[in-house]
Design a protein around this ligand. Structure first.
Ligand code: 6PG
Length: 232
């Protein structure tokens, strides 16, 4: 049973456990895919990095969907070689992409192995014609970052994709969609689980201008949280 939970600028649902969050996320993504395919013949989904969404990816991988009409993008990527264990694309492949028949030409990893500037410039060419996305999936860091948009950074809102250096979460060099690209979507789903995110949730509730709060406030955000992330 979910219940309303107050986060400024976003609709949110508080669920009991991280498994409930994963299940709800998988169901919402599948529903969005059916609607997008019915209306436009394809489903453009932006995947989140990090570990939180992996449980939802694994649940999706067990479902029947019109996978041939799915088109996948990434919200951010670490500047590591393609097969590096820290790559978000590798985590998504292990949990989802390796298990469902989405045509490889419809999966668009960020070429962050080229370096932050070259990767961002190349991915901007990929993202521009794909906007607006149907659904953007995001996580939240313990400092309130989302994608690779970190507190204290200046976000170049004139571009859809930006290079990131000196990220406080290793590795320091990354490529990230900017808020202006992330919010160009029909649905936005932000997953928040675990006690490690309580400080960020409290800061968000207190109105701090966290990157995740800025993105959520501009997008059609629905935040799914588990009880561990909100304490009490
Ligand atoms: C990354 C992610 C990042 C992630 C948060 C939460 O590349 O690190 O894109 O934004 O979503 O840091 O990470 P966890 O889900 O592992 O807590």
């Amino acid at each position: 049973m979910s219940e309303g939970f107050l986060l400024p600028g976003a609709e949110s649902r508080l669920l009991a456990t991280k498994d409930d969050v994963a299940q709800a996320a998988a169901e919402l993504i599948l529903a969005a895919s059916r609607q997008a395919i019915d209306e436009r013949g394809r489903f453009r989904l932006v995947l989140a990095g990090g570990t939180t969404p992996e449980a939802a990816y694994r649940r999706l991988a067990r479902e029947a969907a019109d996978w041939g009409r799915w088109e996948l993008f990434f919200g951010d990527e670490r500047c590591r070689p393609v097969d590096h264990p820290e790559r978000n694309s590798r985590a998504a492949s292990a949990a989802l992409l390796a298990h469902v028949p989405i045509p490889s030409r419809q999966v668009h990893p960020i070429p962050a192995e080229r370096g932050a500037e070259a990767g961002a410039a190349a991915y901007a060419e990929t993202v521009a014609p794909a906007l607006p996305f149907d659904l953007v999936l995001l996580g939240i860091g313990e400092d309130g970052h989302t994608a690779s948009l970190f507190p204290g950074q200046v976000f170049d809102e004139t571009l859809p994709v930006m290079p990131v250096h000196d990220a406080p979460k290793p590795p320091p060099d990354r490529v990230s969609l900017t808020p202006s690209a992330l919010v160009q979507c029909r649905q936005m789903l932000i997953l928040v689980t675990g006690a490690g995110k309580r400080a960020a949730v409290d800061a968000w509730r207190a109105g701090e201008p966290l990157p995740v709060a800025q993105v959520a406030a501009k997008g059609p955000a629905l935040v799914l949280l588990d009880r561990d992330a909100v304490g009490g």
